[in-house]
Design a protein around this ligand. Structure first.
Ligand code: BGC
Length: 463
């Protein structure tokens, strides 16, 4: 029999959610439902936070100007390198832009960061390593290093909250996604990369700094001229969009000929303040995960959606339900920390009954009951389904803010969760239909393959 647990305040989902005792699973399943009125309340709160951020007021949403004010047309030409850093694995790309709207050619090398790069000293460990990987790639792909008279341009995709003061200048505001390298926060990351390249004698010039969302938007735009948003659903999550300069009250950078600019919302941080957190269907499992994270109290929305977190949330809920006696019939095995990543959560959702039993066995539960295996699948569906609904609300809020409801709008999206997670895209679309009805059909979620790296190269080419 399921043991009832006392609902904590943080399990509160809405005003109408009154029972004082509910089971672990009931709370998690209810959180995943997100009825339409909760979606609309979240959209309203999101838009209010956007407006505050644009006005330069205190807000969960930083609304960072990207200094990208011209959108690409496909006429950009040249060979440009890109460094795409946003997670444990990063890439150095060589991008050849044909200039005639034709096919963009890319080659790349992938590298993995060690723990010492992510948590050591930025100046001594991380940036010198990045520069050495750029050097290695350029040497391999060009056959030799460029001379001082012919430096190669590079676009730097840096997927962390960064306050830019120019296209090629930006100060790291805070680390996310498990990074905590010292001597980086408050520093100009372009200057740090350039210094490390210079120290190696590599004639590569960092021409532009771009968030991955901005790159994603830019990379898709020439092919899909209605692209107005760029989104990442990967290890972390975030969105950007094209804003009218007249609405960016905090802008002090002077006239912008195009009258518009790409704004990096940094939406992952929504929920950092109490009023906005109340609009998200957070449970005590989210709060526990947050408490144990490196950036406690920050990136609350990201911690519900990001690939770094979905699998871990599924694990926590499964174990909590077992502790409460709702599943596992008194068995003592639990899924170990780090044992269930988001890729596996996606596989769990796609599995049939025998497959689920096998997965639970791999997770340290020999000969599990079919009902426990099924519960694991239901938990995964609830966690990712909730993530998809929250994602849909964020996209819908931006589309509405841009006054584009009913107007053909393309959202350029990249990231492993979007590309690979079972049914993630379809669930976002379903929630947008709940919100906008048939008008949702005008919003196209389009993969912008390799967008984050290619987009930075495109920006650097025009710098
Ligand atoms: C960062 C964003 C980034 C997103 C997706 C977040 O953790 O703060 O800058 O766009 O991850 O990579």
């Amino acid at each position: 029999m399921a043991a009832a647990v006392v609902r904590s305040d943080s399990d509160a989902l809405s005003e109408t959610d009154t029972p004082l005792t509910r089971g672990v699973l009931a709370v998690v399943y209810a959180a995943a439902e997100m009825p339409l009125e909760d979606c609309k309340a979240l959209m309203d709160g999101f838009q209010a936070a956007m407006a505050r951020g644009l006005a330069g007021q205190e807000s969960d949403l930083k609304m960072l100007p990207s200094f990208v004010t011209e959108l690409p047309t496909g006429k950009e030409a040249g060979t440009v390198y890109a460094l795409d850093l946003g997670g444990t694995n990063f890439r150095v790309l060589r991008v050849v832009l044909p200039g005639d709207g034709g096919e963009i050619k890319t080659e790349f090398r992938s590298f993995a960061l060690q723990q010492c790069h992510m948590t050591g000293c930025g100046e001594a460990d991380l940036f010198p390593f990045l520069a050495s990987c750029i050097k290695e790639t350029v040497e391999q792909l060009e056959g030799s290093l460029p001379g001082a008279d012919e430096p190669l341009p590079l676009g730097f995709t840096f997927s962390f909250p960064t306050q830019q003061s120019a296209l090629n200048q930006g100060t790291l505001i805070s680390w996310t996604k498990g990074f905590c390298a010292s001597k980086c926060v408050g520093c100009d990351v372009v200057a740090m990369l350039q210094k490390a390249l210079n120290a190696l004698g590599v004639h590569v010039v960092v021409k532009a700094l771009a968030n991955d969302t901005v790159g994603t938007l830019m990379a898709l735009r020439p092919k899909e001229p209605n692209t107005s948003l760029g989104v990442i659903f990967g290890t972390g999550t975030n969105g950007c969009y094209v804003e009218q300069m007249s609405k960016i009250g905090k802008w002090t950078g002077g006239d912008v000929t195009s009258g518009r600019q790409c704004i990096n919302i940094e939406w992952g941080n929504f929920g950092a303040s109490v009023p906005s957190r109340k609009l998200l269907p957070v449970t005590r499992h989210d709060e526990a995960l947050d408490t144990e994270s490196l950036n406690k109290g920050e990136q609350i929305l990201e911690k519900m959606i990001g690939g770094m977190y979905i699998g871990e949330l599924v694990r926590r809920v499964f174990n909590a339900a077992a502790d409460a006696g709702e599943i596992m019939s008194g068995r003592k095995e639990r899924i170990e920390a780090g044992g269930l990543n988001t890729e596996l959560a996606s596989a769990i959702e796609a599995s049939d009954a025998p497959g689920l039993v096998k997965i639970l066995e791999q997770l340290g539960v020999p000969a599990p009951a079919a009902s426990d295996a099924k519960a694991l699948q239901k938990i995964a569906m609830a966690i990712s389904g909730r993530g998809a609904r929250v994602s849909a609300c964020a996209i819908a809020a931006i589309v509405q803010h841009m006054e584009r409801v009913g107007t053909p709008t393309v959202v350029g999206i990249d990231g492993s969760v979007f590309k690979c997670y079972t049914n993630f895209k379809a669930r976002i679309e379903a929630c947008m239909r709940d919100i906008f009805g048939d008008d949702a059909l005008h919003i196209k979620l389009q993969l912008s393959e390799d967008g984050s790296g290619v987009g930075a190269a495109v920006i650097a080419a025009t710098a």
